[in-house]
Design a protein around this ligand. Structure first.
Ligand code: ATR
Length: 465
């Protein structure tokens, strides 16, 4: 029997679309899902393609050519361990297992170690782009042994998105590096979305824009330096009317945000690694706050805000656009700063320019602006903070006064804009030669004898306050 070239396990939305995408690129594919129904559904959809369904792991493994290339698209967490455990007695040394789910990078580090010790290859691979990306071309972030990646590289680059004819897939680094980068991508995505939502809220409250006007504003923004997938879909969202009520759908959606945890992980890890990512973390907190709907409704009745709202004309949209762009730059500076530190601490040797390059297509944060990040790291791969690179430094310098004006407006009107504000505070803290931590050190020494250093003399000091 002729064996198939690639196997996909787990046929929920991402797995199913990835399997179809692989088959469309001329590879023969075997699929398997724990419950048979999803396999049957996919087989119906894949008629005419070189894709076969299998109904046991034995049959699945047996159907693949060696060394086997198995892509697992099962639920992150225990399902990945269970699937690996069930596969191990069936596969052979030298086979490649790829986990394409949203796994926690520490799990990936552990699985890499365990599997590599036993002679198997393991790739922890971040895949971004949602349903459409998986089907038509996602951004792919493979981590693990480079040798194993090279064996799967033709498949992964073929199915990935392309920008300027280049694949949005590149080898990221050892063990957990791919999943780590995917996690930071998601953290940045949280911040991007929160910033867009804050821009919307300011313009809604201060200018009073309507959904058709929002559509025009975002459509216009998408033609300039903010050009991106998220701005594009935002413009589109404002055109959708609810067929039952005739109202704009966005106005009927409950303001409570969900999440699946990758943004939270980014915040947690930035605390662990000691890297400030306030804008990303704030975006996670705002989702938590949004879900306290009942409490917010009650608080809105008792807690005072400013009485008068200073209205602005439509010209103010340009100031908001600039504030959004400057805030976005700070949030990427934070996310890339986190990857830089992780690279050092985990010995991953991350190529930040290449990472910016593959983020340009397929994934949710794809944007024109990533070209600037790519060239910043191409010019100087040791760049300590994106804000210091000429393009970003100049833009933020040029936009900062309007950025401050927008934040001021929002604050005096009592409009919550924590991501705009935290990005600005990050900018101001980062560019501050002096922070008030002299006083903080004095306090620490006062109550806990934690000691301090002096600016005028070397050494460690303690004072009896
Ligand atoms: P969805 O809700 O979209 O189906 P999910 O629950 O996250 O997604 O599961 C994603 C995939 O992981 C599915 O293919 C699922 O298999 P089933 O269709 O049989 O549920 C698979 N999966 C989840 N837990 C699993 C486990 N313990 N072992 C093997 N596969 C598992």
């Amino acid at each position: 029997m002729i064996k198939q070239q690639v196997g996909v396990i787990g046929l929920a939305v991402m797995g199913k679309n990835l399997a179809l995408n692989i088959a469309d690129h001329g590879y023969s594919v075997s699929v398997y899902n724990r419950s048979a129904q999803k396999t049957d559904e996919l087989l119906k959809e894949a008629q005419g393609k070189n894709l076969i369904g299998t109904y046991s792991l034995e049959e699945f493994v047996e159907s693949l050519e060696t060394p086997r290339k198995i892509i697992m698209m099962v639920k992150a967490g225990d399902a990945v361990d269970a699937t690996i455990k069930n596969l191990l007695p069936l596969i052979s040394k030298g086979d490649i297992l790829m986990d394409g789910g949203n796994s926690y990078y520490k799990d990936t580090i552990r699985r890499s170690r365990e599997l590599e010790e036993k002679g198997y290859h393991f790739l922890g691979t971040g895949i971004s782009g949602g349903e459409e990306g998986a089907r038509r071309g996602p951004a792919i972030m493979p981590g693990g042994e480079e040798e194993a990646y090279r064996m799967l590289e033709p498949v992964l680059t073929d199915i990935s998105a392309k920008v300027d004819n280049e694949p949005c897939c590149t080898y990221i680094g050892k063990n957990g590096a791919g999943h780590f980068v995917k996690m930071v991508h998601n953290g940045i995505e949280y911040a991007d979305m929160q910033l867009i939502c804050e821009a919307y809220l300011i313009m809604k409250k201060v200018i009073g824009l309507t959904p058709p006007e929002f559509h025009e504003v975002f459509k216009e923004w998408n033609k300039g330096e903010l050009n991106s997938y998220l701005i594009d879909i935002t413009a589109d969202i404002f055109t959708k009317q609810d067929p039952n009520t005739g109202q704009y759908l966005v106005d009927l959606i409950l303001d409570v945000a969900g999440q699946k945890g990758t943004g939270k992980w980014t915040g947690q890890i930035s605390l662990d690694l000691g890297v400030p990512t306030p804008t990303i973390t704030t975006a996670v907190y705002e989702r938590y706050l949004s879900s306290m709907k009942e409490e917010r409704v009650n608080a809105s009745k008792v807690l005072k805000g400013p009485e008068n709202l200073d209205k602005k004309s439509k010209d103010f949209t340009e100031a908001v656009r600039r504030a959004l762009y400057a805030s976005k730059i700070c949030s990427y500076a934070q996310g890339f700063g986190l990857m830089r530190e992780a690279s050092e601490q985990f010995g991953w040797d991350l190529k930040l320019g290449d990472i910016a390059k593959i983020f340009r297509g397929g994934c949710i944060i794809r944007a024109q602006f990533l070209n600037h990040i790519m060239s910043a790291y191409d010019k100087n791969h040791k760049l300590v903070n994106l804000l210091l690179e000429d393009y970003f430094k100049d833009i933020v310098g040029q936009y900062q006064m309007e950025w401050r004006e927008v934040v001021k407006q929002a604050i005096s009107a009592g409009i919550p804009t924590p991501a705009f504000s935290s990005a600005l505070a990050y900018y101001d803290s980062y560019r501050s030669k002096e922070l008030p931590m002299n006083l903080l050190q004095a306090q620490r020494d006062y109550f806990g004898a934690h000691t301090y250093q002096r600016i005028d003399m070397d050494g460690i000091y303690h004072t009896k306050w």
